[in-house]
Design a protein around this ligand. Structure first.
Ligand code: AHR
Length: 677
């Protein structure tokens, strides 16, 4: 059987890593101990009658890619790891023999051209079979129905029973079991419902076993086990992770974002046509984050994910450049990829009279999906060949000619065409985020091109950000929201991380500091998650003019830039020190209700008094609402074993008027909602 004990070893190693990393963060926090102690109250004046722009209704969205086991072993409901046996060419990885069974990969008995290998299971005696440990365990809850499915065939000599069971790996206890009989010598699909009893505990130390009741040879393919999914969708998503996203009320999903769109090579790009149709017809591909994707969560599943959370897809199309710097120049060689993108847009938006719209209808979704934004490529600033300008122009012309209403996003600066939006990415420390929180205030408003902050994060804390991360994020979000006439859309990245295994070639974490963490059984939002949830669910539609005085600052030494000389990396000179604010704010108004929403971030370790003045209002309600996220130190965080340590708290505020004074707790993010006419 699979050595399940190594999970707990890996888990404790992982906890140690987190502790070490938190120590590092603690050192960073100490480095800014000269944060100003401001005895003076901050003065904030909000001019309720002086709108300076509209808050973009699509400002807060989500970005997704297959990284950190975001889908496989994450959002995608599938519980069986390597269900199609394609994760390795040389062995049936993640499958273990039960008893004396022999397991081999067999390319001579394929299910079809897409799943062109199968597992040959030879049992010597009754009870022999195969076990799958899932993605760091198979989660099981009391009285739930688990949908198992598989393809099987025999060599014609086995006439017995194949038992499919969920087995606890600590106790050996069978938690649910069903049998298949009459397996013939041709491939045949089987479906079973495995039901757990009321009396079991929720656990993840389980595996799926398939055992024979006597000697024999069986071939298996597409061995699958699904728990109940969000909204009960077939081939659907994990409920807790969908609920965490739903609570953010995101406006859009950038799909698929990041390096996953590009792939390491052309063959490993997100080739959307290979991700639609029956799941057993999808070949799957390697993610650039170094593990196998079955593409069970394919293009239609992305779109249904959007539908379920009432968000719009923001479609990223492959633009002829791969992560390992291969590219095709603009011209005839690029045309197939341009056509691929046009077909993809048609699949999303076309009706049944179009080729690809009809294909979507045949795939089970008659209604077209709403679509406004198309992103052409990902991080093409890394394409040193200079080909992006031409590639973007070719995509731009073809898409605008057919779909003039679509807004096109460039991922690097271009000259030949004017993109509707430019995607900018920022991965920073807390201090960097704070130092740059006012950058967009100074951006020229005369350009046609608006901004999409398509990836951003304060990367402090691992595997999910701590309170320092949330403070940097909140400071940054005040800047985006205050400038959301320019910054129309934004999405944090990465969104998901399976925290089960932090090191080694099979680690589940490829990227530290991710918004939402989970293992097979449970999940949690980081402090950054809650900061973002607060921002995205509390804002008006109008940006208000504001003024301030006495904003405290601290002195920050930006790190030296790394310079590459003769292929060796050297640390350059230290840049000059900077004065960085440590209180951040922005104000918006809901024009329907008159509510003024003021967000204030106090990144200091001391309480900050703030005097707030509202002008341009005839009446201010005497009570309002306050929502606060706070922590005792920058290092404090949420984790699987302490998922709600830092969560927002709300209370009613009394004694409000056109002028009022409030105290911001140390290390806090506060949202004031004040009713005014
Ligand atoms: O978010 C992680 C990665 O960072 C994305 O895949 C890529 O676009 C960026 O470099």
């Amino acid at each position: 059987m699979y050595p399940f004990n190594c999970y707990s070893l890996a888990h404790s190693c992982f906890r140690s890593l987190v502790l070490i990393l938190s120590g590092v963060v603690g050192w960073e926090a100490a480095a800014r101990a000269d944060a100003a102690v401001s005895p003076q109250p901050v003065q904030l004046t909000i001019h309720a009658d002086r709108p300076v722009g509209k808050v973009s209704p699509t400002l807060y969205g989500l970005m997704t890619e297959e990284i950190n086991f975001s889908y496989e072993g994450g959002l995608y409901g599938e519980l069986v790891r390597n269900r199609s046996f394609k994760a390795s060419h040389s062995e049936p990885k993640y499958w273990q023999p039960v008893g004396n069974a022999s397991l081999t990969l067999d390319t001579n008995a394929p299910l079809n051209g897409a799943l062109n290998v199968s597992l040959k299971l030879v049992a010597e005696q009754a009870g022999d079979g195969v076990a799958n440990p899932g993605y760091w365990g198979i989660p099981v809850h009391p009285h739930k129905h688990y949908h198992a499915s598989l393809y099987a065939k025999t060599d014609g000599n086995f006439h017995g029973t194949l038992t499919v069971a969920i087995v606890n790996t600590n106790t050996g206890k069978v938690l649910a079991r069903e049998k298949i009989t009459g397996i013939g010598s041709e491939w045949h699909p089987y479906e079973l419902v495995l039901t757990t009893s009321y009396w079991i505990d929720s656990s993840k130390s389980n595996c799926l076993t398939l055992t024979l009741d006597g000697p024999g040879t069986v071939w298996l393919q597409q061995v699958s086990l699904f728990p109940p999914t969000y909204l009960g969708r077939t081939n659907g998503n994990r409920t807790d992770l969908m609920e965490l996203q739903a609570a953010m009320r995101p406006a859009f999903l950038r799909l698929p974002g990041g390096n996953y769109l590009e792939g390491d090579t052309f063959a490993e790009r997100f080739n959307w046509k290979n991700t639609i149709g029956p799941v057993e017809q999808r070949p799957g591909h390697r993610s650039p984050w170094n593990y196998w994707s079955t593409d069970g969560l394919g293009l239609l599943e992305y779109l249904e994910w959007c539908e379920d959370l009432h968000m719009e897809p923001l479609l990223a199309v492959f633009a002829g450049y791969t992560l390992k710097h291969d590219h095709v120049d603009a011209g005839p060689a690029l045309q197939p990829y341009v056509q691929e993108a046009l077909d993809e847009i048609e699949y999303v938006t076309g009706d049944a009279s179009t080729v690809w719209g009809a294909r979507r209808v045949a795939d089970g979704h008659p209604a077209p999906f709403p679509l406004h934004y198309i992103e052409i490529g990902n991080e093409d600033t890394f394409d040193r060949s200079g080909s992006y300008d031409g590639r973007f122009a070719q995509f731009y012309d073809a898409i605008k000619a057919k779909y003039p209403q679509l807004q096109l996003i460039a991922t690097a600066k271009v000259k030949k065409r004017t993109p509707d939006l430019l995607d900018e990415h920022f991965y920073r420390t807390e201090e960097e985020m704070e130092a740059h929180a006012h950058d967009y205030d100074a951006y020229a408003r005369t350009n046609h091109t608006k901004i999409f902050v398509g990836e951003w994060a304060t990367r402090v804390g691992a595997p999910t950000p701590n309170m320092a991360g949330a403070l940097g994020d909140a400071a940054w979000m005040t800047g985006m929201e205050r400038n959301s006439d320019l910054v129309l859309i934004s999405s944090y990245a990465p969104m998901f991380v399976n925290v089960s295994e932090s090191s080694g070639p099979d680690r589940s974490i490829q990227w530290k500091s991710d918004l939402i963490g989970y293992d097979a059984l449970t999940s949690y939002g980081s402090p950054s998650y809650y900061a973002q949830q607060m921002f995205s669910t509390h804002h008006g539609d109008t940006i208000l003019r504001t003024e301030d005085a006495n904003i405290p600052t601290y002195t920050w030494q930006p790190p030296a830039k790394k310079e590459k000389k003769d292929k060796t990396e050297k640390t350059g000179k230290l840049p000059p020190k900077q004065k960085v604010p440590s209180v951040f704010y922005d104000a918006t108004r809901d024009s329907t209700t008159g509510m003024i929403i003021l967000k204030v971030v106090n990144a200091q370790v001391i309480t900050q008094t703030v005097n707030i003045t509202l002008t341009g209002v005839s009446k201010v309600g005497s009570w309002g609402h306050l929502t606060v996220l706070r922590a005792g130190s920058r290092d404090e965080t949420n984790a699987l074993n302490d998922p709600k340590k830092i969560v927002p708290e709300s209370r009613t505020l009394h004694g409000l008027g056109p002028e009022f004074t409030t105290e911001l707790p140390p290390l806090s993010i506060s949202i004031f909602e004040v009713k005014a006419k």
